[in-house]
Design a protein around this ligand. Structure first.
Ligand code: 1HN
Length: 350
């Protein structure tokens, strides 16, 4: 309450609150300022996870519980400011998943949208609606809402990837639906890579043809490292660099040119050695993965050193500057997709 009033008024108010509490009524005027802030003040904090530390705990988990028993063997990257919420920023979840040689993670589907960003290993696969996406380091693979998915590793090395899901967003809307397939693995209905040929090259099967087999709103689910890296490097070689972002390319859904999934946006950036971005704030909370190189994230002036495969969460409206010590390549995902749909998204460039 802005105006504290007299002791007498305070006593009357406290008495009122106590008597109406059993009726599930509370006074707005005590909380209004906290509810409607002039600018975002996230309960989530800036936090960095070292890949080596995550990996050592994940491998320990691998000795104790199988992927199948766990359904998904994942360590959640829980934001220290959001304890108990299984969230890395208020709207998104992130976890690191391990699948060992010979293991499978059984088939299911759910309303939540997921992305996988491959951190380690080569050749395990995620099957999406019956099509294998063979996963290579730093590939981006999607399992959009309600598409069947299972994982299997027939290689001789562990496979580790970062999962990004819109779990807290779906929870906010009370809209979670999920089911398991009766079989452990979805039958393979089409050759691996088929979708990349049909929908991954700025083309698509002609509408109404029998070849147009993927869901119209979400046809593509694999963005190979090989492709995005070549695009980014090619652009960086000839383009002026954006002072606030570095060289940045956003992944899109070819169905509409928008974000990869309805609730999650994703992009990659390249910063040449010695480059420092100008300060920038945005209302989307972003999770960055260091793909290559070394540098520093300066968040509100505080230094967070970045090494290969580190993960850093930068919640809404924190002022971010990136400094590249060597050539630096980053992957990032955020809730910009949701915010734009709700007309909430804003940014401020210094
Ligand atoms: C899920 O389906 C996966 O399919 C990973 O690999 C993490 C976290 C919460 C809910 C569903 C997967 C998940 C998840």
């Amino acid at each position: 309450m802005a105006d504290h009033g007299s002791n007498e008024q305070r006593a009357l108010l406290e008495n009122l609150y106590e008597s109406m509490a059993p009726d599930s009524l509370t006074p707005l005027w005590e909380v209004l300022n906290a509810l409607v802030q002039e600018s975002p003040r996230s309960p989530a904090v800036v936090h960095k996870w070292s890949y080596e530390r995550i990996r050592s705990f994940l491998m320990r988990a691998g000795d104790i519980i199988s992927a199948e028993q766990a359904e998904r063997r994942v360590l959640i990257l829980e934001n220290p400011g959001l304890e108990g919420q299984s969230a890395i920023i208020p709207s998104l979840y992130a976890g690191m998943q391990l699948i060992l040689p010979g293991e499978i993670a059984p088939c299911h589907r759910h309303a939540q949208c997921a992305l996988r960003f491959v951190m380690e290993g080569d050749g395990a696969y995620t099957t999406v609606d019956g099509e294998k996406a063979v996963m290579r380091p730093f590939d981006l693979v999607l399992t959009p809402g309600m598409q069947w998915h299972d994982h299997a590793n027939h290689t001789d090395k562990p496979m580790i990837w970062l999962d990004g899901l819109d779990i807290p967003t779906v929870r906010l809307f009370d809209a979670s639906f999920a089911e398991r397939l009766a079989e452990k693995l979805h039958p393979e209905t089409v050759a691996p890579g088929d979708t990349l040929h049909r929908y991954g090259g700025n083309m698509r099967p002609m509408r109404g043809s029998t070849a147009d087999r993927r869901p119209a709103h979400q046809p593509l689910f694999h963005y190979p490292f090989e492709q995005w890296r070549a695009n980014l490097t090619g652009m960086a070689a000839t383009s002026d660099i954006d002072p606030h972002l570095g060289h940045a390319l956003e992944f899109i859904n070819p169905a509409n040119g928008g974000s990869i999934m309805p609730t999650i946006s994703a992009h990659v950036r390249q910063l040449p050695a010695g480059f420092e971005t100008k300060p920038r704030r945005s209302s989307d909370g972003t999770i960055f993965v260091v793909v290559e190189g070394r540098g520093t994230a300066l968040v509100n002036g505080e230094e967070h050193p970045l090494e290969e495969r580190d993960v850093i969460a930068v919640p809404s409206w924190n002022e971010l500057q990136l400094q590249a010590e060597t050539d630096l390549i980053l992957f990032g995902f955020s809730d910009k997709a949701s915010q734009e749909k709700l007309n909430l998204y804003r940014e401020m460039r210094a």
